[in-house]
Design a protein around this ligand. Structure first.
Ligand SMILES: [Zn+2]
Length: 284
């Protein structure tokens, strides 16, 4: 009896120490989110998240219906590659892959660490221009580069370590598995991506605008796209979880208009640089 209690006390101790050690050693402390400069806090090892995300993505591709629609596949490839070029320094370990999952009527997309991007085929009915598709992909990539995904996985690890402390789980001490990554992505709400808290959704919107602009897509497309998504949602009732975690439409619009001038400045600069580069190329 006492033996069992001591074992449990020991396990609680180990779990607490694992979390504390991870906070002290593994915490990335000095890193910051791109564009906003927000300090980032996560417990997970980057290389590990990338490896597990790649595994999870491979499993998703093996178990889901992939689109054979050439037009959609090529559009995603074209837009994705342009964005991948400009986010290079924020995801240096990426091996980019852009996959269209066949899911008629489903407006959803996600990005994983390691440069894995999935877009559900229904998304193309709403994002009808390349710039609108760029809004969605840039937003999802920003969730990765601003480490929202890493932070969410860290939370999962602390919870899991807590589970160990309570004797619910017996092994792992919050180890990251590709199953943990898959389950994070399967929580996706069905109306655009994973649910993060409002401040992270705002941050992804803000970073996404700058990414689009750097890739030469007019950031104003974000206004049109979110208007269309809002209209899409107005017919049906959004699940309560979605309402509680996602920014309201009015809030999102207000912020987008607030950040738009800066993004448009970046967009104009990108266009000017491209025009100069094209001139240099055409000079005989
Ligand atoms: Zn989001």
């Amino acid at each position: 009896m006492f033996d069992a209690i001591w074992k449990r006390v020991f396990r609680v101790g180990v779990a607490v120490s694992v979390v504390m050690a991870a906070l002290l050693v593994g915490g990335t402390g000095c890193s910051t989110a791109p564009v906003t400069g927000r300090p980032i806090f996560d417990l997970v090892d980057d290389a590990d998240v990338t490896a597990k995300s790649k595994q999870a993505f491979a499993q998703m591709k093996a178990s889901h219906w992939l689109s054979t629609d050439r037009a959609k596949i090529e559009r995603l490839q074209r837009v994705g590659e342009r964005l991948a070029e400009v986010v290079f320094w924020d995801v240096p370990d990426a091996e980019w892959e852009f996959v269209v999952f066949e899911a008629p009527g489903e407006v959803n997309a996600f990005a994983m660490a390691g440069g894995k991007v999935g877009v559900y085929s229904g998304t193309f009915d709403v994002a009808t221009t390349d710039a609108e598709l760029a809004v969605i992909i840039a937003h999802e990539i920003a969730h990765v580069t601003a480490r929202h995904v890493h932070e969410k996985l860290s939370e999962g690890m602390v919870v899991e370590a807590g589970g160990v402390a309570l004797g619910v789980a017996s092994a792992g001490y919050g180890a990251l598995t590709s199953a943990a990554v898959t389950s994070l992505y399967s929580m996706s709400s069905g109306v655009l991506g994973l649910s993060f808290d409002r401040s992270k959704e705002r941050e992804a919107d803000r970073i996404g605008l700058i990414y689009m602009a750097r890739a030469g897509y007019a950031p104003r497309a974000a206004i049109d796209l979110w208007e269309k998504i809002d209209q899409l949602g107005s017919g049906r009732s959004a699940p309560p979880e979605w309402l509680s975690t996602h920014p309201s439409h009015a809030d999102r619009m207000a912020r987008l208009y607030e950040w738009l001038p800066r993004a448009e400045e970046v967009y104009r600069r990108t266009l000017a640089e491209r025009a100069r580069a094209a001139e240099v190329l055409t000079v005989p």
